[in-house]
Ligand binder design. Structure first.
Ligand code: SF4
Ligand code: SF4
Length: 433
């Protein structure tokens, strides 16, 4: 399995090179060369921000078709709690779960149930005092990848537990195997996902050795079919098995609330997340015990594969919680089975070179080039900032005169008048640019 599998891809035909995605990417992983965007695989988090901002729908998320259910003898739907916030006036989760069963799944297992178990496990782990503080949630895979590539000093703080999605898949498949007698490989578990980052976390997990989830269906893809089924449900099957605490994980602050602790911080939206991590890196966050970070604005309700406005979805979930028990009662969870097999390790994708002397020389050259560049961070060279352009030059991936200002200076020095290449008509001169 490739270390850099990505669920966010580019449809080059549709790309117009407008640079919207270039300026939005939180890890500066996009370049625009020859009029087309390019994603630097090793830096991409699959957070989906570029999908959100592309006006030409050239960025896409990879997810599975529901036809994949045919590959298995028995299928399980793993609905993210975010799914419940997509429906208006939902008072009973069983309508959604029964709708999923009518779509052809043999079983549904709520991810919110596993969220409650993970919360309980985290509480107990934190009480042992064996976790470094403040503990950073590992639930959002885009945030975990961000820490892994940009914040080496914070890797040891990330909660080493699988996310509710992985825990739900494992529990559901083991349960289904016991109920049906089928071997595990004939049972397929499919996550109903709000985001592409979760798809990447299934195909190429960070922490667990491998995922028990077999595929992911986008909420936006399944929504119309599910709504149609739900509208026909008269008496739903009583399958719901989680409470308000688990469902609250869908929006920012929900995971922290479920921990029943006071000294927490919850931040959402990738820029805010980066600001918190930068503060934490320089030890400016005070006496915190837990930090919950969601790459999407509002939390998973803001995922790019949802259909409802995140604020509306959050309000709906708030109302739904009034109709749920506080939490379901779960048998004693086995913390060891939820532990990551692999500690989170820094990935040196942002580093210039593994050789310190070479890295220092490259850094000096970058500084020299930055002094030559205009410092406008205009993106017209195809890199998001003048500094990243200088880095690209030093790595041999760009030329100094990809910068239009440098090109103009060079042309002027050679006696070429570039301004003569385009003459505005008097009418055009009247129009604002
Ligand atoms: S936002 Fe990015 S992917 Fe979309 S058209 Fe502009 S450059 Fe291309
Ligand atoms: S906040 Fe939720 S929806 Fe957004 S990237 Fe993270 S896991 Fe996905």
């Amino acid at each position: 399995m490739s270390e850099f599998f990505h669920s966010v891809t580019l449809d080059a035909e549709k790309c117009r090179g407008c640079t919207n995605c270039l300026r939005r990417c939180p890890t500066q992983a996009i370049r625009v060369r020859d009029g087309k965007a390019r994603i630097l695989s090793e830096k991409c988090l699959d957070c989906g921000e570029c999908i959100r901002v592309c006006p030409y729908h050239a960025k896409k998320a990879v997810f599975d078709s529901m036809d994949r259910m045919q590959e298995f003898d028995y299928t399980i739907a793993l609905p993210a709690p975010t799914l419940y916030g997509q429906f208006n006036n939902l008072r009973n989760v069983d309508y959604v779960l029964t709708g999923l069963l009518q779509l052809g799944f043999d079983k549904v297992y709520e991810v919110s149930k596993s969220a409650e178990i993970i919360s309980e496990t985290t509480r107990r782990l934190m009480e042992t005092g064996n976790l470094a503080r403040p503990v950073i949630s590992s639930a959002c895979p885009a945030v975990v990848r961000l820490i892994r590539v940009r914040f080496p000093n914070l890797c040891h703080l990330v909660l080493p537990l699988v996310s509710p999605m992985h825990a739900a898949a494992k529990a559901a498949k083991v349960e289904a195997a016991a109920q049906t007698g089928l071997p595990l490989q004939r049972i397929g578990a499919f996550f109903i996902t709000p985001c592409p980052a979760k798809v990447t976390d299934i195909r190429s997990p960070v922490g667990p050795d491998q995922s028990w989830v077999d595929g992911a269906f986008a909420i936006s893809d399944i929504y119309p079919r599910l709504l149609e089924k739900m509208n026909r449900v008269e008496i739903p099957e009583p399958v719901a098995d989680s409470g308000a605490l688990g469902v609250s994980w869908a929006s920012s602050g929900g995971e922290s609330t479920a921990l029943l602790r006071e000294k927490y911080l919850a931040a959402d939206g990738i820029e805010n997340v980066i600001a918190v991590l930068e503060n934490l890196d320089t030890e400016q966050v005070g006496e915190l015990e837990f930090i919950e970070l969601n790459a999407c604005s509002g939390g998973c309700v803001g995922g790019v594969l949802t259909v409802a406005n995140p604020f509306v979805a959050k309000a709906r979930l708030h109302r739904l919680r009034n109709h749920l028990p506080p939490a379901s009662i779960h048998p004693e969870s086995n913390a060891a089975s939820m532990r990551w097999e692999n500690p989170l390790e820094y990935t040196r994708v942002m580093q210039l070179s593994d050789n310190l002397t070479e890295a220092m020389t490259m850094m000096q050259e970058i500084d020299r080039l930055c002094a030559l560049l205009p410092g406008l961070d205009c993106g017209s060279c195809g890199a998001p900032t003048c500094r990243t352009h200088a880095e690209d030059i030093v790595k041999g991936n760009a030329l100094l005169n990809d910068c239009l200002f440098i090109l103009r200076e060079q042309a002027e020095a050679a006696g070429i008048n570039l301004s003569g290449l385009y003459h505005r008509t008097p009418e055009e001169t009247e129009k604002p640019l």
